[in-house]
Write a new protein. Structure first.
Length: 328
């Protein structure tokens, strides 16, 4: 039995202090879940002392977010236009973004049948306009607040790389045509040279890839299967984590995202060697349900659950959580 009246949940990561080992993973188009959604989520994260990672394909652009909340971590998707990418990275740097998260598991979008149904693929422009119109009519609150009040809905960071009119009705088609599929490990050199700060490579499941990340000079590895949205059947992040941690062997920080739904999930991941966990859908759901306040409440719930899990496992300092907690 241990005195658990004082708990330390804080962690240090890439020169940043986190009030608990949880961050908000990049979620594209979050400005469609709530009015200027990325700003609301970034503010909620700041209230709780946690990092918010802004997606390349966010609705709110970097400068709008950085003007309303602490400069976010910035997630990079590599478009084919390197001149545009260089300027975007320079902007993130100039705005004071502390970490660049380079996502490497989306050379093309996965097979997303739900997106076909919801009119995101341009399968039929008529169907997609009709589907969206029906959606709008059946959600009048969202239509007024977000669709009409939350404009512009263009993807703020990449609008300049798109034809006038944005991606039209074919978001996934635009990605397919514009994301750079030639990216390999050598491109980390290019990113490092353009960025000059800490880099986390996101989308790693394989220990050998994790070693490549270290060899390429990045400071962090995000174990992630993109929330299961890319390839059905790949292993879960939590199953991949221990081997990645062993492969990295302390030479980079290891994070995890995917399926984290409770404070207990966070403790399990940290005990298996993750420095921190990132959450995707939970903040998107909270944002859609109740905006900034609901995201704060959800983060406080995770904190309360993590506290229970720590007290009941006798873990007083999250940084000391190890595999012995899991009785493996
Ligand atoms: C709607 C949605 C949009 C996403 N957009 C991005 C993105 O723009 N960039 C990225 O690196 N990952 C993106 N992801 C993946 C998340 O960053 C994260 O890896 C995943 O959501 C974690 O799993 P979870 O949703 O189970 O927490 C997205 C995920 C969702 C659900």
């Amino acid at each position: 039995m241990r005195d658990t009246s004082r708990l330390d949940l804080t962690v240090e990561t890439l020169g940043q202090s986190m009030a608990m080992p949880i961050g908000l993973a990049p979620v594209g188009l979050a400005g469609m879940f709530a009015r200027r959604g990325e700003i609301q989520a970034a503010r909620a994260a700041a209230t709780e002392g946690l990092p918010f990672c802004l997606s390349t394909v966010s609705v709110c652009p970097l400068d709008e977010v950085a003007a309303a909340a602490p400069p976010p971590w910035f997630q990079l998707y590599m478009l084919k236009d390197r001149g545009y990418m260089r300027a975007l990275i320079a902007q993130a740097k100039a705005l004071g973004c502390p970490v660049l998260v380079f996502t490497v598991d989306l050379p093309i979008p996965g097979a997303r049948y739900r997106d076909v149904r919801s009119g995101f693929t341009g399968a039929s422009a008529f169907d997609s306009t009709l589907t969206r119109a029906l959606d709008g009519i059946s959600h009048p609150g969202w239509t007024l607040d977000v669709f009409l009040g939350g404009r512009p809905h263009s993807l703020g960071n990449v609008a300049g790389a798109m034809a006038a009119g944005g991606y039209g009705s074919d978001y996934l088609g635009w990605i397919k045509a514009n994301f750079d599929r030639t990216v390999t490990w050598k491109d980390i050199d290019w990113v490092r040279e353009a960025w000059g700060g800490p880099i986390v490579v996101k989308g790693v499941l394989d220990p050998e890839d994790a070693r490549e990340v270290v060899r390429a000079g990045a400071q962090g590895v995000m174990v992630s299967n993109h929330g299961g949205r890319q390839l059905d059947g790949v292993r879960s992040s939590i199953a991949a984590l221990p081997r990645v941690v062993d492969a990295v062997d302390g030479q980079a920080e290891v994070y995890l995202d995917g399926g984290v739904r409770s404070g207990l999930d966070v403790l399990k991941a940290v005990a298996l060697g993750a420095r921190a966990c990132f959450i995707g859908r939970p903040w998107a759901w909270a944002l859609g349900a109740g905006g900034e306040k609901a995201v704060v409440r959800m983060l406080q719930t995770l904190r309360a659950e993590l506290t229970v899990a720590m007290v009941l496992t006798g873990c007083t300092d999250i940084r000391q959580a190890g595999r012995e907690l899991l009785d493996l």
